[in-house]
Design a protein around this ligand. Sequence first.
Ligand code: HEC
Length: 137
Amino acid sequence: MKTLTYIVVCLGMLMSAALASDVVAERKANFKANAGAMRAMGGQMARDDFAGIGAGANAIASWAAKMTSYFPEGSESIGARNEIWSDFETFTALAQKNQDAALAIAMAADAKDKAAIQQAIQTLSGTCKSCHSRFKN
Ligand code: HEC
């Protein structure tokens, strides 16, 4: 019986370690996609590809909406600072600002307003940086 308990506990630990590494890989992939979507916006602006800009902005917004759930307790990584978990409230607030800024791009893209898109991209970029400077290594 003791051996069985031991095996079950070990399996549980292995599984949560595997899940934690999955969640780290997934959040990194999503952040990379974010950076790709932002990079693409320069060319999309030059081509007046407002639909492309809107799609990229909405993708960033939907990742921002769920990003904090990809940082469960115990999912420490080299890139993530411990302050995420000691100050999850600020982390969450910065994710919200990121989402708001991405939605502002999508709205400006709908309106085909290039000056507003440019402005909103600057704001979005600022929200990436303000979270990174505080919570990312
Ligand atoms: C609320 C906080 C927060 C916001 C907002 C945020 N990031 Fe990050 N980002 C992180 C953290 C934390 C990591 C490190 C994750 C890890 O390594 O486990 C990260 C990692 C990254 C990485 C590296 C991924 C890798 O492969 O290691 C890139 C690229 C990135 N973010 C781009 C962006 C871009 C672009 C934006 C804005 C559109 C953005 N991030 C917004 C917190 C944030």
